[in-house]
Design a protein around this ligand. Structure first.
Ligand SMILES: [Mn+2]
Length: 333
């Protein structure tokens, strides 16, 4: 069984940073999918936070149709909502809450809980689709989650209790992104003249990892801290420990935890392996499918923020791969 995990497609992004709208990128992914039995879309598949969820879904349709066709019969797609497509799972969460039922670590979300989920499942045919939230078990010792729960450990908010349940994380979702927007707006006066949705793109990319950057450089007010290097540093010093905190509080039993959200694929060959391990668990990041010019200008693959990151699982062995590393960068912009 061959499983491919990809995340952070952000299909329908207003500035068209989602590379799968580019034929070269979509073709490369589809070629890979021909040999895949199971595809995991690990969150932020559709960009529903930019104020045009219907348009984003419409943009996602042809991409999902191509993915389903490339997968073919007797294959499966597991869809997990993240923070940018959290709306997909909200009706189900509300239903659970009103019924007084708790949420587990890998619950199955019925497609019928949301017409948008039903539409996505239809587009992905003939692959079978199941929706899981907030995580899914992918093997004896592998649990995958989009990673947005880690935001809770990056902002000064009421502490997450230890141990915690998914509801403790759900309660404050959204506030962190809003808080980040406020910090960025205050910290980046020199960026005036930069379109505001360009800024939104940076925020999306940085995730809440930008918050500690703003804290660490009070009054600097420069865009410079958002270079790939500093983001990478923040990812290792802040992002990875925050994800480890989520795993510890939720009591994740699996030894391997896959996540996306921060858009930084790894561990890569030059990464320090110890930074990706905590409490007996190993962390793996699936990267992203977004071309962010502010981070990638002048860069070339292999690069931790290069679009096309994925995690390949075969016989419970996990391998980070860069599926777009060989595609002409001009075809990704
Ligand atoms: Mn995310």
């Amino acid at each position: 069984m061959r499983t491919l995990v990809i995340s952070d497609l952000h299909l329908g992004s207003r500035l068209e940073r989602d590379v799968l709208r580019r034929p070269a990128a979509l073709e490369r992914l589809c070629a890979e999918l021909a040999d895949v039995d199971r595809l995991v879309l690990l969150g932020d598949t559709v960009e529903m936070l930019e104020g045009r969820p219907r348009g984003a879904l419409a943009d996602a349709e042809p991409v999902l149709r191509a993915i389903g066709a490339a997968m073919g019969e007797d294959t499966e797609v597991i869809l997990l909502p993240g923070n940018h497509d959290h709306a997909l799972v909200r009706p189900w969460l509300r239903e659970r809450r009103s019924a007084g039922k708790s949420v587990g670590l890998a619950d199955r979300v019925p497609l019928r809980s949301n017409p948008d989920l039903q539409a996505m499942a239809r587009w992905l045919k003939p692959a079978r689709v199941q929706v899981r939230y907030p995580g899914v078990r992918l093997g004896e010792d592998i649990w995958a989650h989009h990673g947005h729960y880690l935001d809770r450990h990056l902002v000064r908010q009421p502490q997450v209790p230890a141990p915690a349940i998914p509801e403790d994380y759900e309660r404050a979702l959204g506030t962190s992104i809003a808080a980040l927007g406020a910090v960025m707006a205050a910290a980046l006066p020199p960026i005036i003249g930069e379109p505001i949705d360009r800024l939104a793109g940076i925020i999306r990319l940085a995730g809440v990892a930008a918050l500690p950057i703003a804290d660490a450089l009070p009054g600097s007010g420069l865009l410079a801290p958002l270079s790939a290097g500093v983001l990478g540093y923040q990812f290792r010093r802040v992002g990875l420990p925050a994800m480890a905190s989520v795993n510890a509080r939720l009591g994740v039993a699996e030894a391997n935890v896959l996540f996306g959200h921060l858009h930084r694929s790894g561990p890569r060959s030059r990464d320090e392996p110890g930074e990706w391990e905590a409490d007996g668990r190993r962390l793996w990041n699936s990267g992203c499918w977004v071309y962010e010019p502010l981070l990638l200008a002048g860069a070339s693959p292999p690069h931790p923020y290069w679009p096309g990151g994925a995690l390949l699982i075969e016989d419970d062995v996990i391998t980070p791969v860069g599926l777009l590393d060989d595609v002409d960068p001009r075809e990704l912009r």
